[in-house]
Design a protein around this ligand. Structure first.
Ligand code: FAD
Length: 517
């Protein structure tokens, strides 16, 4: 019997799944998920991502079973698995969503394409985000995003499942895939049911606190939607979330102005989600090379392993930075402002190149989404050439976002008894007070690695000197053209929180910097 294979990757759902809907409309379907050892061996992969995917797979398998279907899970490289399947039971076509993943998935997809051509199997792919393959020009991108989000969700016709020739493989243990077994004990758990519950709760209740509460690491965990890992694994589709949000806005009475503002701000994030992934889609090299090649060699020769190690261990000596690292390690999540601050501290006073820092954070973030992640890493490190430089001072951020030191004391228990006046600069504590608080500076909390003010000033000077070079300035226009946001994009406000005007519109992505209000 001829059938079509639907290859599930980071789209673990049945709802709004165009490749599945189309395959089911045409005839019998085999639903396949491949656990690819090569993918999990990449330096950006972590046990938490793997476990989260398995949790999503369990929900997907249960949903399929309810419809009388079955999910086939195989362990092996994609081309190998497809070839074995084809030899056992030839199929007509391979259906999948387009994936803007890391360099490894890009190369794997090329290999799958070659295999399909060699076997005469039709490979059909559908976009799952507002990301356009082979985009010629950014000018009309926003229109395309709107059109995709407005399309009706793909409905699933009755499923006729092709009975696979084998049973599913048992998923290997993370260690068998070469993964470090650590996973954050308080991380979010995967699966569509959890994603939908979070979405409902956010749209009904939590959106009221979205504006004004997403910058502080204290309020952000409940004020933000927390949908990011589910969007990254595709347990919900972006279109589902956009449409549900728009429907909720339309239902809200006038009296619910705060909720409406919150939801509108949230919608602008969903838009930026795709804006950033589009950058990686259009420029796959940005995962490992500076977007603006004029910044090559700026930080590379000065790699300081001691600075990197201190950052990863949460031993920079700046309490807010170390508390964020501690929270991230336990939960797998941080809000936008604290992520930006971490990267800024790494890139400026610690003068670390973004690539190693980005790999570490990719493993730490449960929601790792290569397109957003690498674009943000470069943006916060000043190597895109098109963004206003924003350098976050971790002491000022602590005073603004955690004025009573509640967050810092929660994640750094050694500081619990330190009085407020010293809480963000414990190295200034007089020795007798240190003794009274039971704190040994240099032991319980590290001494700062560098003088924050001096190191930040020097790093900015180095960056500005590079930026002022005529050839660096000259190359900027082409990057703006290819990657810059355009006038009229949702949430496009300047980095001082004001709307982008014609006068300040020259810094195309300045807008993004203020997205956390
Ligand atoms: C250095 C750095 C690395 C980042 N890496 C990732 C990553 O790997 N994966 C990821 O999903 N987000 C990343 N972000 C963006 C942002 O911090 C997270 O999307 C957000 O904190 C996730 O929480 P949430 O779902 O509650 O967000 P909400 O505020 O509820 O936003 C809803 C959704 O909008 C999207 N979104 C939100 N903020 C942004 C943004 N600034 N840019 C693009 N899309 C956005 C996400 O999909 C998010 O789930 C990164 C930010 C920085 C500064």
């Amino acid at each position: 019997m001829s059938y079509r294979v639907v290859w599930f990757k980071r789209d673990l759902r049945l709802c709004d799944h165009a490749p599945l809907a189309e395959a089911a409309r045409l005839g019998p379907v085999l639903c396949l998920y491949v656990i690819e050892p090569g993918l999990w061996a990449q330096p950006d992969a972590a046990t938490q991502h793997y476990r989260f995917a398995l949790e999503g797979l369990a929900d997907l398998a249960a949903e399929l079973q309810r419809l009388g279907g079955r999910l086939l899970v195989r362990v092996g490289e994609a081309v190998e698995v497809l070839d074995q399947l084809y030899r056992a039971a030839p199929f007509l076509a391979l259906h999948a969503h387009e994936e803007t993943g890391n360099g490894w998935t890009y190369v794997r997809d090329l290999a799958v394409g070659r295999w399909c051509r060699a076997r005469g199997v039709a490979w059909r792919e559908w976009p799952q985000f507002g990301v356009v393959r082979r985009l010629a020009d950014r000018k009309h991108w926003q229109r395309e995003w709107e059109a995709l989000m407005a399309q009706p969700q793909a409905g699933l016709p009755a499923l006729r499942c092709f009975e696979p020739p084998w049973s599913s493989d048992l998923p290997p243990q993370p260690a068998q895939l070469g993964l470090d077994p650590w996973q954050p004990p308080q991380r979010q758990r995967g699966g569509r049911r959890r994603a939908l519950a979070l979405l409902d709760d956010f749209l009904d209740q939590r959106c009221e606190r979205y504006r004004g509460h997403i910058s502080s690491p204290l309020s952000a965990p409940t004020a933000c939607s927390r949908l990011s890992p589910y969007l990254a694994q595709g347990s919900v589709s972006l279109r589902e979330v956009v449409q549900a949000t728009r429907a909720q806005i339309a239902r809200l009475p006038d009296s619910q102005a705060r909720a409406r503002q919150g939801l509108q701000a949230f919608l602008s994030r969903l838009y930026w989600h795709c804006h950033f992934i589009q950058k990686l889609e259009s420029e796959p090299a940005l995962e490992s090379c500076n977007l603006h090649r004029g910044y090559d060699g700026l930080r590379e020769p000065d790699w300081n392993p001691a600075h990197f190690e201190a950052l990863v261990q949460g031993r920079t000596g700046w309490p807010l930075v170390d508390a964020c690292v501690a929270m991230l390690h336990q939960t797998g999540w941080l809000n936008f402002r604290m992520r930006a601050m971490l990267v800024s501290v790494a890139a400026y006073p610690l003068w670390l190149h973004w690539r190693e820092v980005g790999l570490w954070l990719a493993r730490e973030f449960l929601d790792y989404e290569p397109g957003i992640h690498w674009s943000q890493l470069q943006m916060q490190s000043g190597t895109t050439g098109i963004n206003t430089t924003r350098v976050y001072n971790p002491i000022k951020q602590a005073r603004d976002q955690d004025p009573q030191g509640v967050f810092v004391r929660r994640w750094l228990p050694a500081l619990r008894r330190v009085p407020d006046s010293w809480i963000f600069e414990p190295w200034r504590l007089p020795p007798e007070l240190q003794q009274r608080c039971g704190l040994r500076v240099g032991v319980d909390i590290a001494l700062p690695l560098v003088d924050l003010e001096v190191a930040t000033r020097e790093s900015k000077q180095r960056l500005y000197a590079r930026r002022a070079q005529p050839e660096v300035r000259a190359a900027k226009a082409a990057i703006v053209d290819k990657h810059g946001s355009r006038k009229g994009m949702p949430g496009r406000v300047s980095d001082r929180g004001t709307r982008v005007t014609r006068r300040n519109a020259a810094a195309p992505d300045a807008a993004q910097l203020s997205l956390d209000f």
